[in-house]
Design a protein around this ligand. Structure first.
Ligand code: AHR
Length: 498
């Protein structure tokens, strides 16, 4: 029972696009109100931005954040969120059955993003809105001046254009739960026409078309093919969404779900490349996995929420140690496919299925899943190297041939460092690992970080925020270019080598 990995600097999957470590903030639950924005909070700045939350986000080095939804965006009028705050309307928000007070909108989010050191991925409404609003919002956000919408932005105090580069053409338009859901043809047409005029306003932008809201949808993958048939020449990205849960408390299967994520990615790549051939196109469609995470803990509680409140607690999953392992495996799955997955968003960032939790008026802390996400984002920049892995495997009733070892190495040429991310999926035994770094010469271990807890259901909460945190307890050693380590049972490992 042991695993081996060979890593060579000449065997490169791809240079990783930093935006693979993106995240997502929706006007939902306490993500905005009570999360990133809470005027009057002791840690809030003069704009109401919570500095304690900002500092946790800065630790994660989040490169891009999708906003303002999600299902929310399909009924959202972006004009409700601009101009003097006391004149902004409160609206019934039908996606999540709340009241949206519109005290935080486009300009606040752009300003907040600058402060957080991240970029904006703006999703437009293609549920209740269409081509006209699509061009107007790009004019408002990105046009310099001298037109109605750009001058309106300037009158709101923003002389410089926001230069929002990345735009999503709607959200999950295949889902019957979506406000203004569409067939693939209906969506493909409106997405193509919106894309066209948005780029006429600002040719420098890049666009993401909606793929299926999950691979379980009956219309998948025909949806992808039809949507791309209409939009191929107009967009740069196709989106993927996927959430994972452990409803049956079957942890061995839960840990294997990242294999399904990879399978999903491969089939969407195949559909994109089929359309490339059909179109005789030179363009390689890129993927934006712009919603992914573990999501299931809060499902029952959410059914009991009273409608039409402002920012009630919604989708507040409290994550466990085992969820952190799954998130680690999902991050590795994204990296293994980083030649085509150029952007990805951990859904979401604060309070709503999120690595960061807050109390209204109180503290902010890191959930268990914060740590693998932070390690990947901070140390996983550079080139993803092909992981040639030999590992014992196991079967469950749903999935077969799950390797106990899930791993990938990332080479940062500038720092001349290799980082090995590794999960041991074995719930009872540790796993000896040998990594052959043959092309790197003699190596030194910088550190071997471990996230592990004997209780797989252990969580970080307001009263005990540091129960699950990474420790420098790994035992990796280097002998020339060979690394040896014991990966503890059910553990997330970060082995940094120079
Ligand atoms: O992230 C929560 C929700 O999941 C989003 O609003 C929606 O796009 C998806 O179904």
């Amino acid at each position: 029972h042991q695993a081996k990995m060979i890593v060579d600097k000449d065997f490169v999957i791809s240079r990783i696009d930093d935006r693979i470590y993106g995240s997502f903030i929706e006007h939902l639950g306490r993500a905005v109100y009570g999360g990133i924005y809470e005027p009057g909070h002791p840690a809030a700045d003069e704009r109401g931005f919570r500095k304690d939350v900002l500092s946790l986000i800065q630790t994660l080095r989040v490169p891009i954040i999708r906003y303002p939804g999600g299902n929310f965006v399909s009924g959202y009028d972006w004009k409700d969120g601009i101009g003097p705050k006391d004149q902004r309307p409160s609206r019934l928000e039908l996606a999540w059955r709340t009241v949206e007070p519109n005290q935080f909108g486009l300009n606040e989010f752009v300003e907040w993003s600058r402060t957080a050191g991240t970029n904006v991925m703006w999703a437009i409404n293609l549920g209740t809105h269409g081509v006209d609003e699509a061009r107007n919002i790009v004019e408002y956000a990105n046009h310099v001046s001298g037109s109605y919408w750009s001058d309106l932005r300037i009158s709101h105090g923003y002389r410089q254009p926001h230069a929002i580069k990345t735009w999503c053409l709607g959200n999950e338009m295949d889902g019957p739960w979506q406000i203004g859901a569409k067939t693939a043809v209906e969506y493909g047409r409106v997405a193509a026409e919106s894309a066209k005029v948005m780029k006429w306003v600002d040719p420098s932008i890049e666009l993401v078309a909606c793929g299926s809201s999950g691979k379980g949808m009956a219309t998948y993958p025909e949806w992808e093919a039809t949507v791309l048939d209409h939009t191929y020449e107009h967009v740069e990205f196709l989106s993927l969404h996927s959430y994972y849960g452990n409803h049956d408390n079957d942890t061995a299967t839960f840990l294997g779900r990242s294999l399904e994520m990879e399978d999903f990615i491969r089939s969407v790549v195949a559909t994109c490349d089929y359309m490339k051939a059909k179109k005789r196109s030179n363009k390689k469609m890129q993927l934006s996995f712009d919603e992914w995470n573990v999501w299931f803990h809060s499902n029952d509680a959410d059914k009991k929420i009273e409608p039409w409140q402002i920012a009630p607690p919604q989708l507040e999953d409290v994550y466990t140690m085992e969820d952190a392992l799954v998130v680690g495996c999902l991050l590795i799955a994204l990296l293994k496919n980083s030649d085509r997955v150029r952007m990805a968003c951990l859904a979401q960032l604060v309070n709503v299925i999120a690595p960061i939790m807050t109390e209204n008026g109180g503290q902010a802390w890191a959930q268990t899943i914060f740590y693998p996400y932070m390690h990947a984002s901070v140390y996983g920049r550079g080139q993803a190297l092909v992981p040639l892995v030999q590992s014992p495997k196991y079967d469950t009733k749903d999935i077969t041939d799950i390797p106990y070892l899930e791993s990938i190495a990332v080479y940062d040429e500038q720092a001349m460092e290799v980082t090995i991310f590794a999960v041991n999926r074995d719930l009872t035994n540790s796993l000896p690992l040998e990594v052959d770094l043959r092309s790197f010469g003699a190596c030194d271990i910088l550190e071997h970080i471990v996230l592990q807890n004997d209780n797989l259901k252990a969580t970080n909460t307001a009263s005990e925020p540091n129960r699950v945190t990474p420790k420098m307890t790994g035992n990796a050693t280097a002998d020339g270019s060979k690394i040896n380590a014991t990966l503890g049972k059910a553990s997330w490992n970060v082995i940094r080598v120079r």
